[in-house]
Design a protein around this ligand. Structure first.
Ligand SMILES: *Cc1c(COP(=O)(O)O)cnc(C)c1O
Length: 496
């Protein structure tokens, strides 16, 4: 894309519009008329063999549109005097290739896989948890056929879509009932709207959080129609603060996991068990927004501060909600587990119709929970595999990448560092890892970071102390080769 006039990549314009522009420019710029005449007509371009082949592979309409855009760009360049006769001559033979490139750009998916070499495992902007192939295969099976989504095959009539997920959740976590909606924010909205419309919800001042992407808990609560009743102070909230705040208007006690930040120092908040006691004595349900969906306590030291869903249910939380695509390692969803009477009411809320999930999400959720049922989730769900990958394994792969780039004009070494869980989970926690640290020759760290990011398969990295760092913990092993290849292309092109 070297000598292309800027105009070529501009917005496409309609044929009518460009004809009128063409006429006006011919009138105002008579000397360049012979240049305009040297441009082939669209009909002539369509006769080229390569262009015919492109039409066969794609569509005539797309190709005509691309040809029109490219010719228009050239016409504009001529009328603005930004292209010389010489340059124009050189450009004409390239027109078919430029058409092909433009059509390709239009047809390439905008949402596509990238290489996440940042070491942030639940990288929200990069799609949070990647799904395992077996989970996606189940979704593909369900998605490409009709399914029993809402069909009760036993009784031969209408069923409920939650059943597919609920049975597994109940068996796995021992809850009475479970439902699913679009994400955890929706779960909070639905639950408060169902159980506390126009009533008070008690929540600790220290738990009024902004999750990210400007999602603020108090704002969502307000939209639900519930009335926020803050208790305690930012750093200290005691069980007595909840007790004292309860009155006839109180409908719910809300406990929020302040996922993405920590209050340290002079702090206090009640244990779940204390809130359960208050809930039991007052008859007011306890709703726990557990955030990340850490189902069972494991041996990961970096998750020791995360609320555990099974523990919260066992302790007696009436409802627990969490995201499907954080530590659960599944699709985007908001899961609500707990007492049947409460879940039934939530399910019947008309808002549920607006916030429910489709068959693909149910299929992915079921398949994800199945991995927990068999106990194989640590080896099969990508984020769990990444979290439990020993640093020595990361190092071994990084050594392979170093070998692959040994001949390039850059200075690369392995250094010890940390990966992070991300996604608002365990904000202070770090997972020991090995990093490929690159001091570039001929490119600044920012330039290298940008070139990697703008690769055909984009590669995300981080910069620290003037070095570009790559953490292979969050890179799928088959993508290691993409990194080697791309660094090769980048450095060979600057060496030229
Ligand atoms: C992440 C998070 C949410 C929002 O979850 P989404 O699924 O992204 O809507 C809500 N509450 C807590 C505590 C969280 O950690």
């Amino acid at each position: 894309m070297s000598s292309l006039p800027q105009a070529i990549s501009d917005q496409p314009i309609s044929t009518m519009e460009y004809r009128s522009r063409q006429q006006s420019s011919i009138i105002s710029d008579v000397p360049s008329q012979h240049l305009f005449r040297s441009l082939p007509a669209v009909s002539r371009i369509l006769e080229f063999e390569e262009v015919q082949a492109l039409i066969n592979q794609t569509s005539q309409e797309l190709v005509v549109e691309a040809a029109t855009v490219i010719l228009d760009g050239l016409r504009r360049a001529i009328s603005e005097g930004t292209i010389s006769e010489e340059a124009l001559k050189g450009t004409l033979p390239e027109i078919p290739a430029r058409i092909a490139a433009l059509v390709d750009e239009w047809l390439t998916p905008s949402l596509r896989p990238i290489v996440n070499a940042t070491g942030v495992i639940l990288f929200t902007n990069a799609g949070r948890s990647p799904l395992s192939r077996s989970v996606l295969e189940q979704a593909a099976e369900v998605g490409q056929h009709y399914s029993n989504l809402e069909y009760n095959l036993e009784a031969g009539g209408r069923g409920h879509r939650d059943l597919h997920f609920e049975a597994r959740a109940k068996r796995l976590l021992g809850c009475e009932a479970a439902t699913v909606c679009n994400n955890a924010a929706a779960a909070i909205l639905l639950t408060l709207n169902t159980l506390a419309l126009g009533k008070k919800v008690l929540v600790s001042r220290g738990e009024l959080i902004e999750i990210g992407g400007s999602f603020r808990l108090p704002a969502v609560m307000e939209k639900s129609g519930a009335v926020l009743r803050e208790v305690g102070t930012t750093n200290k909230t005691k069980a007595a603060d909840y007790r004292d705040a309860i009155d006839d208007e109180t409908a719910l006690i809300l406990r929020v996991h302040p996922s993405n930040y920590q209050i340290i120092g002079f702090t206090e908040r009640p244990e779940i068990s204390e809130l359960v006691a208050i809930s039991r004595e007052s008859g007011i349900p306890l709703f726990h927004d557990a955030g990340s969906g850490y189902l069972f306590r494991g041996d990961q030291p970096f998750l020791s501060q995360e609320p555990v869903v099974s523990e919260s249910l066992q302790l007696g939380s009436d409802l627990v909600c969490f995201s499907g695509d954080k530590l659960l390692g599944g699709p985007q969803a908001g899961l609500i587990l707990g007492r049947k009477a409460l879940v039934d009411r939530i399910r019947k809320n008309p808002l549920m119709r607006a916030l429910r999930v489709d068959k693909l999400t149910y299929a992915c959720l079921e398949a994800t929970l199945r991995e927990y049922q068999t106990g194989s989730y640590r080896d099969s769900l990508p984020i769990w595999k990444m979290m439990s990958l020993p640093a020595t394994d990361v190092k071994r792969r990084a050594e392979g990448v170093l070998e692959g780039i040994a001949s390039l004009p850059l200075e690369a070494e392995l250094i010890e560092g940390f990966s992070v869980p991300g996604g608002g989970s365990a904000p202070e926690e770090q997972i020991p890892t090995w990093l490929i640290s690159i001091a570039s020759k001929g490119l600044t760290p920012n330039q290298l970071e940008q070139q990697l990011r703008r690769s055909p398969t984009p590669i995300l990295t981080r910069i620290e102390n003037d070095r570009v760092l790559l953490d292979l913990r969050t890179v799928f092993p088959e993508q290691d080769a993409v990194i080697v290849e791309r660094l090769g292309v980048i450095y060979r092109s600057i060496a030229e």
